[in-house]
Design a protein around this ligand. Sequence first.
Ligand code: FCB
Length: 441
Amino acid sequence: MTFPRSFVWGAATAAHQIEGSPLADGAGPSIWTRFSHTPGRMTNGDTGDVACDHYHRYPEDVALMKELGLDAYRFSISWSRILPYGVGKVNERGVDFYRRLVDALREAGIRPMATLYHWDLPAALDDRGGWLNRDVADWFAEYAAAVFHALDDGVEWWATLNEPWVITDGGYLHGGLAPGHANLFEAPLASHNLLRAHGRAVQAYRALGKHAIGMVVNLEPKVPASDTADDLAAARRADAYMNRQYLDPLFGRGYPEEMPDLFGEAWPRFPAADFDVIAAPIDFVGINYYKRGVTKNDPSHWVERASLVRVPGSIYTETDWEVHAPALTDLLLWFRERYGAMPLYITENGAAFSDPPAAPGDVVEDPLRVQYLREHLAALERAVAAGVDVRGYFVWSLLDNLEWSHGFTKRFGIVHVDFATQKRTMKRSALVYRDFIAASR
Ligand code: FCB
């Protein structure tokens, strides 16, 4: 395959999924600390209390990245380590953890990309309404400024939010993710405040930072299950809800015209001035791509009135996601067509499969993940060849980790983690990725 020499090859993780020790060194609890300690919320009652123990084992993990020849590493910062109460006095011991991590990465020649918010809101702010309180935009800007001040020397890319759609759909509409609300009326308010908070952080960065800042969205091309008018309309609604709801305002277009119909009486009136904040110019967009969504009309489903159909003959992952790489090419072409030229990074892409246990000294064979990786890199190459300005790719994930409410039951890592011993073992996919990166230089 041919990619530009400057193309950035990386792997991604998130704080709550790998770090463990959520309350160490003066950190405050986050909504995920609470959620995972609420009976019935997590598969097997799993929590992030230990996870991959990356908080202590980060030198070993950076060494693994170096062994793989990664150019870059995308991680997230836990807000309540920096500001235990969400706002107020900075907890320097929490900041120091990320200083050590960034230093270790730089020493290994790995370029850091940091996400400010990968779902772990300080619990103290949730007590004040969390993403439903308009003040959250100020709180987030205050936190962002503290982090920029401490880490912008070493961090080359900043992502404000990871996946505002999942934060809202999982956290406020259906409740399967923290903070676990299921409320039609809250969802659009949470989304809007997430976007406002993003804009405020971007504005803060222009005054303080010297690198690049953008947002990470998860995009899922919605393909109608049939060519009936009902399914075509359902795919459009689902696309508006999941994809355009976030991208359109980011690019200064306001919300998609479908939104008032989707939310009905729950759709609020938003102050016009908010949209200028939301559309503050950014330097890149991060796209998380896992799957397409073959969509049929389904009035029983809240908001999008659509649901996904199973495609006969397709491979499905352990999270029941269809493997379909060509949609990644289509998605990138669609993005350029709709939003114009913008530097893009694939900030997550990967698959959960149930891998065999790791035997001492062995490589874990994960043929389905290897195939997933190969197909998606080929699909990415096609988009690059067509001239889409994609500049990097981050596989999800470096390590098997806490897959949110699924606990440790879904393994996405290219490196296997034995959660009883914390032993890391390379999977075949990691070695294939390593060789691929080496060959592309
Ligand atoms: C994405 C999340 C990431 C991980 C993958 C599998 O939605 O950003 O943290 O859970 O899915």
